[in-house]
Design a protein around this ligand. Structure first.
Ligand code: SF4
Length: 130
């Protein structure tokens, strides 16, 4: 198992068979090793810093049809939205507020569903295919 994890760390991918083997045969020791490797990679890229990132999802219309996804194109029950230019700029204002203080960040995050209620549940699968 460590050989596969090391390969994944070095080459950033595995074959389908290797992924299947890793996902179906892992144990606590394997998970601890994966966590250790992941921590080493994270430390190499970010050190001990904490970075906060935010995405502005300007639309939940998608041409793809990933079966696990609540906003796939064939989910006719999804509540679709597209943000206007003004809404996007408003989100940018919130993003700027996030940088000013952690208290404002928390408030801005909490306020997003108030301004964009349809964005709150857009990832919730409403027509999941099993
Ligand atoms: S995961 Fe959802 S949003 Fe992403 S490409 Fe697939 S269907 Fe589209």
């Amino acid at each position: 198992m460590k050989r596969l994890i090391d390969k994944l760390k070095e080459e950033h991918t595995l074959t389908n068979e290797e992924f299947a083997h890793l996902l179906s045969h892992y144990d606590d020791e394997t998970l601890a090793y994966i966590n250790l490797q992941a921590r080493e990679v994270a430390n190499a890229h970010f050190g001990k810093g904490v970075y906060i990132r935010g995405l502005i999802e300007i639309s939940n219309h998608c041409r793809n049809n990933c079966k696990y996804c609540g906003i796939r194109k064939d989910n006719w029950q999804a509540d679709r939205y597209r943000l206007s230019k003004e809404m996007i700029l408003d989100c940018c204002e919130h993003a700027t507020a996030w940088r000013r203080s952690s208290r404002k960040s928390a408030g801005a995050i909490r306020s997003v569903p108030l301004h964009y209620p349809s964005a709150r549940n857009h990832r919730k699968p409403t027509n999941a295919i099993s």
